[in-house]
Design a protein around this ligand. Structure first.
Ligand SMILES: NC(=O)c1ccc[n+]([C@@H]2O[C@H](COP(=O)([O-])OP(=O)(O)OC[C@H]3O[C@@H](n4cnc5c(N)ncnc54)[C@H](OP(=O)(O)O)[C@@H]3O)[C@@H](O)[C@H]2O)c1
Length: 338
């Protein structure tokens, strides 16, 4: 039977946010028609009408009773606090939750899934599945095939993260700055317009931000290397959408650039754009709106044996959040649930 023939009920929690709206856009593009959708937000946006698949949906307020409706799946994009409160309720009512927040990512019994990388980890889920952090997703899509071939020894991440990664208030701060508006900052501690901010969040662990430690811990969990040496610097930059990452990787084994390029070109979910003589490499405006992870500037790190430098860009709202979550739901539907 065509997997899309059975009617599934899907709850979209946080439908009015940047990720939630991207979930709607991606579902619309994929033309997944045999879903029955219900859209939820907080009481702030409840009652808003969103047009989706040529139909008007009135957004409902998320409450303790919302999951009495027998949903098959829920995509949560509403922050950690909301996920901690409501995802367990949904899960207890036999709804499979794919959560975009960091609430459950490091829990031992919660799979942290990027379908191209570790979908098999999903098999023993207990109705909550975590979507990794946006900057981790795009990195591991590229790292996995290289790890399989050359065995990663160490990773150095430096990120250049768009303001959309901070939600709708982050985008407003950039817009207000661009328009020289006197509005107070809504999301950031310093003006993001015309600045790069080397602190993505206020939580510090040994001098590292929580975002930096997410990249370290989530990469280890997804690649299945719990002690892999990884260090990370995460920077918010004044661009609207798409995260850029410089990734330096040291391998156990030697490689040629031609071979690395072929490995990346033949791996799922990756587009290689690497022709520096013609000034061709991934940039935000090219990657924006795409589901693949783009890689360029592929070159040897001449300062260290078996080491490689890459420049990796992806749409954080799509592959970094909405698309990855939808891919998980699509793959779950193909599993024999009996
Ligand atoms: N932005 C990204 O690139 C990105 C990438 C990966 C993961 N994430 C994660 O995805 C989540 C959403 O991010 P975002 O960027 O879309 O944020 P956002 O633009 O600020 O949107 C937040 C959404 O959550 C809803 N919400 C807040 N409190 C709620 C509650 N108590 N009950 C129900 N809904 C509630 C909001 O509803 P109202 O409209 O009513 O306020 C809104 O729809 C966060 O956990 C974030 O860390 C974001």
């Amino acid at each position: 039977m065509n997997i899309y023939m059975k009617n599934h009920k899907l709850a979209i929690v946080g439908a009015t946010g940047l990720v939630g709206r991207t979930v709607l856009k991606v579902l619309e593009e994929k033309k997944i028609k045999n879903f029955e959708y219900t859209l939820f937000s907080s009481n702030k946006s409840a009652g808003t009408t969103l047009n989706f698949m040529n139909k008007d949906y009135v957004v409902k307020e998320l409450t303790n009773d919302s999951f009495d409706e027998n949903f098959d799946f829920a995509i949560f994009s509403a922050g950690s606090e909301t996920a901690k409160l409501y995802a367990p309720i949904a899960a207890s009512k036999n709804c499979i939750v794919v959560d975009n927040s960091s609430a459950f990512r490091m829990d031992d019994d919660v799979p942290l899934i990027v379908p191209e990388v570790n979908f098999n980890d999903i098999l023993n889920h207990k109705n909550i599945i975590a979507n990794p952090n946006c900057s981790t997703i795009q990195a591991v899509v590229v790292l996995k095939p290289l790890d399989d071939k050359y065995k990663i020894k160490r990773i150095v991440y430096s990120t250049y993260q768009a303001v959309s990664g901070a939600g709708k208030l982050g985008l407003e701060d950039l817009e207000n700055g661009r328009n020289h508006s006197p509005e107070p900052l809504l999301k950031f501690s310093h003006p993001i317009y015309d600045n790069c901010l080397p602190q993505i969040d206020i939580f510090l662990i040994n001098g590292y931000t929580k975002e930096e430690m997410k990249m370290v811990n989530e990469t280890r969990k997804i690649l299945g290397h719990p002690t892999l040496p990884i260090t990370s610097t995460c920077v918010r930059v004044p661009v609207s959408n798409c995260h850029g990452e410089s990734i330096n990787i040291e391998f156990e084994n030697d490689f040629s650039i031609a071979d690395v390029t072929n490995v990346l070109k033949s791996s799922p979910g990756i587009v290689v754009l690497d022709d520096i003589k013609n000034e061709s490499y991934p940039i935000n405006s090219i990657v924006n709106g795409h589901d693949e992870v783009f890689v360029g500037r592929i070159r040897k790190d001449f300062s260290k044996k078996n080491s490689l430098n890459l420049w990796v860009v992806a749409d954080n709202l799509r592959k970094g959040a909405a698309t990855n979550a939808i891919q998980i739901v699509e793959k779950l539907m193909t599993l024999d649930k009996n």
